[in-house]
Design a binder for this molecule. Sequence first.
Ligand code: SF4
Length: 275
Amino acid sequence: MTLFNDKLFDEGEQLFELNPSKLQCYLDCPRQYRFRYVDRRPERRQFGPTALGRSVHKALRDFYALDPSERTVDALVRALRRSWDRAGYRSVKEAEDAYTRAEDMLRRYHAGTDPKRARVVALESKFSHARSSEGLLITGRVDRIDIDEGQYVIVDYKTGRFGEDQHKLDESLPLTLYAIAVSAMMGRPVSRIAIEHLSSGRRAETWRDRDRQASDWRKLNVVSKQMRDTAQFPPKPSSLCRWCDYLVACPEGRASVRVQNEAPIDAPLPIEEPL
Ligand code: SF4
């Protein structure tokens, strides 16, 4: 399903495409953003966790397409079996271990949530929302949209460990971007965003009401102008460097990893995907 906004923009008009992942990448580390989105350098390699995340998301899409009464744990496991993609693993053993992890994760998710309660209105919906006056095209994909007590709720799955603190969610600009785009697509304000952590079945929520969306929109404009216009992409070393696709090309990141001395440089990627 693709949701398009009602605002048309002139053909040929140059809009800067902004999506939550791109924005998160810039906020995390401008240099990583430059490597990925400006220079378009290939990512380091495909790891199992990327394939695992794809399979799990597909399984959840199919599972939530079922009638609520059919959303049993067995149905979820069957959906995982059907959606399981063996590509992206370096050996049969790695693929088997990953499948076991994925199934365990979804069983925990099912036990910790109440999937039969969800009233789903959209699944894996792409959105595209033009803000011509600001020269922006907001794009992205939302995992699920539910309706609860008369309100739309944006639902985003996370495959990593439950680690998001509430303050981080409440301050997240990429989450505001979801709320702004989905509000435009649905033709009514959408302020509630739920993060469902698959490995624990825990759910966290954060809100972006109309005032907050307006004030964050001003910040988003400032940041997107920087992303568009700047020639400076300084490195921002952090604990994320260990899993950065561009670590080999980044002396500051490598120095940071050496100092952290927490794991070998070639450690596998975490399961968590960026927002
Ligand atoms: S290694 Fe760290 S500092 Fe370097 S580009 Fe990646 S995230 Fe940024």
